[in-house]
Design a protein around this ligand. Structure first.
Ligand code: GLN
Length: 205
């Protein structure tokens, strides 16, 4: 079973732990570098990206997280987590930094405030039928997508709300609050593949 972490600095950690556990993963919460070193994949939850950024730096997690991403660790960011994975933020808080990894520009709160939260059904070809029931809660929008980035889902007007680049996944919305498990399952597939490859590398030594 793949061992997957949920970054537990701030945000809706518990919901992600539940989905991953339902899918049969060995799930742990991650706050410190030594805990990050023990996992093969990671979820960065929704919450407040500027707070998660500050705490990541205060806990000495920014560099280890960047190193893990550069090393090819599968990471799935939802909402604030997507913002943290984005290379660029159009409207960051003063001094706000990201981990990067996804060659995208995101706009925070692109849909307005908490009262403008909404739910829609999205066709996601990579996941097949049925459509994804997606909850947008003070959600960011992916405004620009680099050449290596695949748009996994768009709104009816074409705006991008889910992306993949290599082992990194990001969604503007929160599948973990609507019972949608397929994005987490996709993350676990990426984690298993990486563990398999690492095993082959070790065996060849
Ligand atoms: N607007 C929040 C931010 O900037 C994200 C909201 C969410 O994660 N639901 O981080």
């Amino acid at each position: 079973t793949p061992r997957v972490g949920v970054l537990a600095l701030q945000g809706d950690v518990r919901e992600h732990v539940r989905v991953l556990a339902d899918l049969g993963a060995d799930v742990v919460t991650v706050r410190r570098p030594d805990e990050l070193a023990e996992v093969d994949g990671l979820v960065i939850p929704g919450g407040e990206s500027s707070v998660i950024d500050k705490l990541a730096r205060a806990f000495g997690m920014q560099d280890p997280l960047r190193a893990a991403i550069a090393d090819g660790m599968p990471v799935y960011g939802t909402c604030a987590g997507l913002i943290l994975l984005a290379a660029r933020i159009a409207d960051g808080a003063p001094g706000q930094q990201t981990l990067g990894g996804l060659d995208v520009t995101v706009r925070r709160n692109a849909f307005g405030s908490q009262v403008d939260s909404f739910e829609v059904d999205l066709e996601v070809e990579a996941l097949g039928a049925p459509p994804v029931h997606a909850a947008f809660i003070r959600a960011p929008l992916v405004e620009e997508v680099g050449p290596g980035v695949e748009a996994l889902a768009t709104l009816d007007d074409g705006r991008v709300v889910a992306v993949r680049q290599g082992a990194l996944l990001g969604t503007s919305f929160h599948p973990e609050v609507t019972g949608e498990q397929r994005f987490h399952a996709l993350l676990l597939d990426l984690v298993r593949e990486r563990v398999r490859r690492a095993g082959r590398r070790d065996a060849a030594r």
